[in-house]
Design a protein around this ligand. Structure first.
Ligand code: AMP
Length: 477
């Protein structure tokens, strides 16, 4: 996506507008304290034309305005954001966040998954971090010179702070840990809608007592909407579109299971609807034309109109288009799968187990093909997922099949699709998946775990960590 001066001007305006609702509710945190925000830049590349190319966040972190405000408003020094090794960068950002814990008024990252990654990293490294704070020395494995220089400027032995952090962290349950470690934090800022909604329960556990705020809906292609009700529940968040950010049009989307596949019209036959003409309750695919040169570009997001603010429509994020499991044209969408997983995971919750991550793929290596779900499960309060009764996992498979749509169930009954399989993977498997995508060039800040795996290599990463396989024993109809 080209970035022009006009686009950057819009970016600055968008930034101000998107922050004003949170300021209204939580006060102007810029004046009173700092943000502990996990941020990761990727190296820029130079295109054959000589123009620089970078991920959208990297360009933001490179702007001189951002670099000027960084030390005053954020706990992370610029060197930790640009550290080429994301794990070293993360360690240092947590360290700086802990050192300045009494000043932190907001904790967050762009997406919920990155915040969780940070908390889990902290769970594995808090002893080392508090040791560093106690001695005022940075661990030896942090070899990046930028990070070491930044640390040498602020670190000095602080045994008192280290003891406090150790006492807080050294407890059986990490429920509400963020609130305890950053006692002045007023809210958690990260996108919790769309593919990120699967992390809400776990984030609420760690951040108990603090509101989770999804501030905006934007993509690399265009800046789109802002959340005017920061205090509303993450599952009810709507984004009010800002008509001056891009020219927005909408392609009506029907539910795939409402009509037969043969009857469905092609996108080419469907007329685009203007922003002012969208109807409440209808789902649309977003199409943008921008001042940076995109013309009727399909973003690939499906949104539902939830209401209006004055005349500006408000949208709830529904799903990514085309993220589907498909054995034989039954087309299971991201939302279908999410609903089925929610139903099944309800069986685990009362037993003291949490489903922390999931993804899926269609296995067609044998006929008929079947759905495979990878689940990472965590036991509450020291429980190990090995203690989980296999019968419950089989029941989860059944529950998922029962919760899927009618076409799926009919196909199962007719043996066009074979029994759904759940593969439980060991702790840390999804972190390894994230590491794999980051090693391939994905920015850790903009990483979105795929809900459906297509890459052979990614599949291998999960398959090599499977600790249990379970199948649904009977057809759901
Ligand atoms: P990127 O490619 O990193 O620019 O990510 C843009 C994509 O992230 C969008 O097209 C959406 O699919 C997703 N996204 C961004 N903001 C939100 C949000 N507030 N809620 C749900 N999904 C979002």
């Amino acid at each position: 996506m080209s970035v022009t001066a006009e686009y950057q001007k819009k970016g600055a305006l968008y930034d101000t507008l998107s922050q004003s609702p949170t300021m209204r509710h939580f006060g102007d945190i810029n004046q009173a304290g700092k943000r502990m925000e996990l941020m990761f830049a990727r190296p820029e590349i130079e295109t054959p034309s000589g123009l620089k190319a970078a991920s959208v966040l990297t360009s933001v972190y490179n702007e001189s305005k951002f670099r000027t405000i960084l030390p005053k408003l954020y706990t992370s020094p610029i060197e930790t954001i640009f550290c080429p090794d994301p794990n070293q960068g993360l360690y240092c950002q947590l360290l700086f966040g802990l050192i300045q814990r009494d000043e932190v008024l907001r904790v967050g990252s762009l997406f919920a998954s990155t915040v969780l990654r940070g908390i889990k990293f902290l769970e594995n490294h808090w002893q080392e971090l508090s040791y560093d704070i106690k001695t005022g020395r940075l661990s030896d494995w942090i070899t990046d010179s930028g990070c070491r220089n930044a640390a040498s400027l602020v670190m000095k032995p602080n045994p008192e702070q280290a003891d406090l952090i150790e006492n807080i962290s050294n407890c059986k349950s990490w429920e509400g840990i963020v609130t305890k470690l950053w006692p002045k934090a007023r809210y958690i800022s990260c996108v919790c809608t769309g593919v990120m909604r699967q992390y809400i329960a776990e984030l609420e556990f760690y951040c108990r007592g603090l509101p989770l705020v999804s501030t905006f809906y934007a993509c690399s292609e265009a800046l789109c909407g802002i959340n005017l009700e920061p205090l509303c529940k993450p599952c009810d968040v709507s984004y009010t579109f800002l008509p001056n950010m891009a020219y927005f049009e909408f392609l009506p989307v029907e539910n795939d299971h409402d009509e037969s596949i043969e009857m469905k019209r092609n996108d080419e036959d469907t007329e685009l609807v203007d922003l002012v003409n969208v109807k409440v309750g209808q789902c649309y695919e977003l199409v943008v034309s921008t001042c940076a040169g995109l013309y009727r570009y399909k973003v690939g997001d499906v949104l539902m109109v939830s209401g209006f603010y004055n005349n500006a429509p408000q949208f709830q994020f529904v799903e990514r288009k085309n993220v589907i499991l498909n054995v034989d044209q039954e087309k299971t969408s991201e939302t279908d799968l999410f609903k089925a997983v929610i139903e099944a995971k309800a069986l685990l919750d009362p037993l003291g187990f949490i489903l922390t991550e999931y993804t899926s793929y269609v296995d067609t290596s044998s006929a008929p093909g079947h759905y495979v779900l990878f689940w990472e499960i965590k036991g509450k309060e020291g429980k190990h997922c090995k203690e989980l009764d296999p019968k419950i996992m089989v029941e989860c498979c059944t529950r998922m099949e029962e919760s899927l749509h009618y076409t799926y169930k009919i196909y199962r009954k007719r043996n066009i699709i074979a029994a759904l399989e759940t593969r439980v993977v060991k702790q840390g498997s999804f972190e390894a998946l994230m590491d794999y995508y980051v090693s391939k060039g994905t920015s850790l800040s903009q990483y979105k775990k795929p809900n459906c795996i297509k890459s052979e290599e990614a599949l291998k990463i999960l398959d090599s960590r499977v600790i249990g396989k379970y199948f649904s024993p009977k057809s759901p109809l």
